[in-house]
Design a protein around this ligand. Structure first.
Ligand code: GLN
Length: 267
């Protein structure tokens, strides 16, 4: 008895139909995860029969996915800038838009030879660690209100071999930075309430107070770097524009690859 991998993959795909935007891909990733085999192995062993124990395990995680749990939380990792990060439900799932922010900052940093960065709200550490990885002379300080998040940042820094250039910020010491970068929690409570698919992720990592701008205010009040690089909500809010205008700095808003307002640079 038992079913072969082709049948199981078809079953998984059908199970996620209408529940995920990419049912086939999700079914493949989750099957690879359950079997600890890569996709190529699965496709070259389509006739391989699985016993019930494995099928049951696969069904359990398909069920989590069908309820909307992000794939990264199920498999415990996410690729960002070509690097594999450990992810748990204590941190936001890194988004591809944030890679665009990081790419821009890496590009500008090479040009200007910036070396001292602060990543405010580091979460899983994707921004800080990518900077350290791609800029060999960079030193990156990190802050996060969540101790769990800082632990994950440092675990990823070790895993990716840059822990000696990532520093958890000692808040008792005054530090000056060339660059402050942040993808802060920036949704309004209302936006969060209206997006059920975000409800698996930590509320604190998504919502920036009533108008979504609490963290930008806090960052401006605390740091005076040469430049800020921010991820922002789309569309660029009037209330955030007011904060930027009042900062006395010049700024530029850059759209992401989907044409949405996404990056703010202030100098
Ligand atoms: N980009 C996320 C979303 O809109 C929000 C991330 C954040 O608040 N920093 O789903």
């Amino acid at each position: 008895m038992g079913f072969d991998l082709r049948e199981i993959l078809n079953f998984g795909t059908a199970y996620l139909e209408g529940k995920s935007l990419s049912p086939r891909l999700d079914a493949e990733i989750l099957l690879s995860f359950v079997l600890s085999k890569d996709k190529i192995w699965i496709y070259s062993n389509f006739d391989f029969k699985l016993d019930d124990k494995w099928i049951k395990k696969y069904q359990e995680i398909l069920n989590k996915r069908s309820q909307g749990m992000p794939i990264s939380y199920i498999i415990g990792e996410k690729e960002f800038m070509g690097l594999d990060f450990k992810i748990t439900d204590k941190v936001l799932v890194p988004r591809p838009e944030t890679e665009e922010l990081v790419e821009k900052l890496i590009y500008d940093s090479r040009k200007h030879e910036w070396k001292k960065f602060l990543d405010f709200g580091s979460g899983s550490g994707v921004i800080a660690i990518s900077l350290a990885k791609f800029l060999p002379h960079a030193k990156v300080w990190v802050v996060d209100e969540s101790k769990d998040a800082l632990d994950i940042t440092m675990e990823n820094a070790k895993k990716l071999g840059v822990a000696e250039r990532i520093y958890v910020m000692d808040k008792t010491k005054a530090e000056e930075f060339e660059i402050v970068v942040s993808n802060p929690p920036y949704l309004t409570k209302k936006e969060w309430e209206d997006s059920r698919d975000l409800h698996f992720e930590p509320y604190e990592a998504l919502v920036g107070g009533k108008d979504g701008n609490d963290f930008y205010r806090k960052i401006f009040a605390t740091y005076k770097p040469k430049r800020f690089y921010f991820e922002i909500a789309h569309p660029f809010r009037k209330s955030l524009k007011e904060i930027f205008d009042n900062s006395g700095m010049r700024y530029e808003i850059i759209k992401d690859i989907s044409g949405r307002d996404r990056i703010a640079i202030l100098w």
